[in-house]
Structures are given as structure tokens and as C-alpha cells.
Write a protein that binds this ligand. Structure first.
Ligand SMILES: [Zn+2]
Length: 191
């Protein structure tokens, strides 16, 4: 490879969040962890400066500035191919969604028909951009997740579409039976 091309390629790799296919295993676009993070026990309150420091620029833009990721972007493509697992808030680790309620709405953003843990998800009327929509937020840290739409005729148990920015989520793949250490079953003691 000629030096000029190599430099161009290096620039392209460092600019693109995940597009570099120069041989190394591809880093997931959506933050992914192997262990289920600990749930926040209470509301998570941080200053804007703290959020800015802890989150990636994209997570900050989505969660703290109600940003929207690009439709049909890299995160969505990755989401479509993810297997079983849970989706947690990138801001505070709260369990939000699960692959059990994931469905392919074709809208270009990760879609779920219900939250995995209802108490961690809250909604709010949103009248920005000249539309009346229902905003979906993390109940623990107040992070913006996306919007929820209903009555669209999807063949799901709720006919709701939680249209969520994958960039604000952390994916934890479900452990397969073989690598999961089964805890000893606690038998109920009968007295
Ligand atoms: Zn949160």
C-alpha cells in the first residue's frame, strides 16, 4: 500500500466509529458487556459535567440531549443480528429491554413491544419538532431513550412500538447454558 493511501486509510479508521475492517475483530457499535451490570438501587443524579465525562459523545447526545441516532445506521444493523440478551441504560445500568420483546418493525431503529422492567422505563409527552409524541426515558437517570408509538397494527402482544436509540443502550448477551454456572437450587424449607 502506498504511504498516501495508508495514511488515508488510517484517518478513515480513526474517524469511523466501527467501520474499520483491517483485520482486528470488529468492536461492537452498541456498548456490549459480558456480565449483567448491577441495577441502580435509587435514582441516579449527576451533573451535566459528570455525564459528559462518563458517557461517550454519542451516548451523551442521545441520553442527555434527547438526540436521535441515524435510522438504519450501524447500531441498528448490529441490533438486528444480536441474539438473546438484555438491554441496559448506558447511563445508569438499569435494565430496560430484553430480546424477548424485540421485534422487527422495519422502522430503522431498535424496536420493542414492551419494556423488560416496567418500573425502569417512564414516558412523557413530547411536543418538540411540531409533533405530539410520547418520549421514553430511563426512570432511574432520566436519560432519553426514544419514543413509543401505539396502534400501528403490529402483530405483537401490545401493539406498541418502543422506538429506541440503540446507542443509548448497553447490550448483555444471554449466557448459554454451558457457560452458566447454575447456582445450587435453594429448596424451600418446610417447617
Ligand atoms: Zn438510566
Amino acid at each position: 500500500m502506498r504511504p498516501a493511501r495508508l495514511i488515508l486509510r488510517l484517518i478513515a479508521c480513526s474517524v469511523a466509529l466501527a467501520g474499520c475492517d483491517a483485520g482486528e475483530p470488529k468492536k461492537p457499535v452498541m456498548e456490549t458487556r459480558t456480565e449483567v451490570p448491577a441495577e441502580p438501587t435509587d435514582k441516579v443524579v449527576k451533573t451535566d459535567a459528570e455525564w459528559k465525562k462518563e458517557l461517550t459523545p454519542e451516548q451523551y447526545r442521545i441520553l442527555r440531549q434527547a438526540g436521535t441516532e441515524r435510522a438504519n445506521g450501524e447500531v441498528y444493523k448490529e441490533f438486528k443480528h444480536q441474539g438473546a440478551g438484555t438491554y441496559h441504560c448506558a447511563g445508569c445500568n438499569a435494565l430496560l429491554f430484553s430480546s424477548d420483546q424485540k421485534f422487527d418493525s422495519g422502522c430503522g431503529w431498535p424496536s420493542f413491544y414492551d419494556p423488560a422492567k416496567a418500573e425502569n422505563v417512564t414516558i412523557k409527552k413530547d411536543t418538540t419538532l411540531g409533533m405530539t409524541r410520547v418520549e421514553v426515558l430511563c426512570a432511574k437517570c432520566g436519560g432519553h431513550l426514544g419514543h413509543v408509538f401505539e396502534g400501528e397494527g403490529f402483530n405483537t402482544p401490545t401493539d406498541q412500538r418502543y422506538c429506541i436509540n440503540g446507542g443509548g443502550l448497553v447490550f448483555v448477551p444471554a449466557k448459554t447454558k454451558t457457560d452458566e454456572k447454575q447456582p445450587a437450587k435453594a429448596e424451600p424449607t418446610k417447617s
